[in-house]
Design a protein around this ligand. Structure first.
Ligand code: PFF
Length: 452
């Protein structure tokens, strides 16, 4: 009798859509523009691009290798590949990171749903930036509405995860990702055609290295890790669903390219319009929810674009949240022997419970701080700058020093041979460059600049 097949992606496009779906999310459209705005624009972008190439792709590839070789979840994979050792602690850290990320991520994801409704109700019409900002603050500092939308969003995430890998995750991401790309390009064109848009492009692309500090280098690394979904096992989990005939290196390069393209396009979508309207680039987390509604007002067909944009923003968020929840669900299913239903319910409900604290930290809990940060800010900061950077560090150390060169090379050669020189360079980066670079930045910034 044949063994029951492990659920998995059907082929190359399915993997790309799902992995790019995980990578492309609020990190690209909501987080990247405001972090870039606050940290020196073009100079920050250059450092960011360097990290994507030098660290991001090698770490992503390592995660795919660990997942596919072990055919197991983020924690089980280390147990399977290195039994009797403590390496599974990396997986445990990833599962904790999933809780941290999803709790604050679902807050902002919930906001995107509210904004779909505001857009549909012509809620932005005739309002200036100040009014839009006041309304954004009034909404986010409330209690019932933001929590309501957060719960709905987590329920949507759970529904897709419940449907499984091929019939849920792959099926939805294959349609939603291309639609997102097309819409962003259209909005970019509009933003670029506004008078005065050039200053925004200069801000985004002309580097000013005076603005770069140790903290902003850490932020660039953290943002690269966050944006690519590396460092916590999401891509180990997805890697375990990739078929043997799919080339891992090609997939990693494609995912990183799509992710970076959408992050840069999001900057092109926002900054030219921001400058054209005479606003300051350091708009903070509200940037997308205030600036874009203003752009839509001045666009022909803006009503439809604004609805479409917020739908797609929530879709981008959704394809990311499902990958985070899947980390927890695959772990509970395989290691704790739960059914997919039970794992999804327990995982989803406990994450939502922490998430509500993040949401309320804009309103009733705004004076409740830890290390001087609200719960939301703490989770937001910790996720990228502590969990994902240290996660990425341990993953490359594991791949470079424990998994073994031949295991690594054999795995990347499945589904298409990688040129031996490229394979050697990758091994060198994973063994020496990536651990030293990530280690230096993570530890340096952690101690020198202080924790927060
Ligand atoms: N990459 C996602 C984004 O840029 O929005 C966020 C994310 C998803 C981070 C999945 C980590 C992860 F495992």
């Amino acid at each position: 009798m044949a063994l029951p097949q492990r659920d998995g992606f059907s082929g190359r496009f399915g993997v790309l859509a799902a992995a790019a779906g995980s990578a492309v999310g609020l990190g690209n459209i909501w987080r990247f523009p405001y972090i870039t705005g606050e940290n020196g624009g073009g100079a920050f972008l250059l450092i960011y691009l360097f990290f994507i190439l030098a660290i991001g792709i090698p770490v992503m590839l390592s995660e795919f290798v660990i997942g596919r070789r072990s055919q197991s979840n983020a924690l089980g994979s280390f147990k399977k590949l290195s039994p009797g050792s403590s390496w599974w602690l990396i997986g445990l850290m990833g599962i904790i990171a999933a809780f941290v990320i999803l709790s604050f991520y679902s807050t902002v994801s919930g906001w995107t749903l509210e904004y779909i409704f505001q857009a549909a109700a012509s809620g932005f019409d005739g309002k200036n930036m100040e009014q839009l900002n006041t309304e954004f603050v009034a909404f986010t500092s409330g209690s019932f509405r933001p929590v309501f939308w957060q719960i709905i969003f987590m329920a949507l995430t759970a529904v897709v995860v419940l449907a499984g890998v091929q019939k849920g995750i792959e099926k939805y991401t294959k349609i939603l990702m291309p639609a997102l790309l097309i819409l962003i390009i259209i909005i970019c064109i509009r933003s670029l055609s506004l008078p005065g848009a050039k200053a925004g492009l200069e801000f985004l692309f002309v580097p000013d290295f005076d603005k770069i500090t140790g903290q902003s280098i850490l932020l660039a690394l953290g943002q690269a890790a966050f944006s690519l979904s590396i460092g916590m096992g999401a891509l180990i989990t997805y890697g375990s669903y990739i078929r043997k005939d799919t080339p891992l290196l090609g997939t990693a390069v494609q995912v990183a390219t799509v992710d970076t393209l959408i992050a840069v396009l999001s900057g092109v979508m926002i900054f030219p319009a921001l400058f054209a309207m005479g606003e300051s680039p350091a708009g903070g987390p509200g940037l997308v929810f205030v600036t874009l509604p203003k752009i839509f007002q001045s666009m022909p067909g803006g009503y439809f674009f604004s609805i479409a944009f917020f739908i797609l923003l929530s879709v981008a968020a959704l394809t990311s949240t499902i990958s985070v929840l899947e980390v927890v669900v695959a772990y509970m299913k395989e290691e704790l022997k739960m059914s997919r239903l039970k794992a999804t319910l327990i995982g989803g409900i406990s994450i939502t419970a922490i998430g509500v604290l993040c949401t309320l930290s804009f309103g009733p809990l705004k004076d409740f701080t830890i290390f001087g940060k609200t719960v939301f800010d703490l989770m937001n900061y910790m996720s990228a700058n502590i969990f994902l950077t240290f996660g990425a560090l341990f993953i490359v150390i594991y791949t470079g020093w424990k998994l073994g060169k031949s295991n690594f090379i054999n795995e990347i050669n499945e589904g298409g041979k990688v040129h031996p020189l490229i394979a050697t360079i990758l091994v060198f980066i994973i063994k020496f460059i990536a651990p030293i670079a990530v280690g230096a930045v993570a530890i340096g910034a952690f101690f020198i600049e202080g924790l927060m």
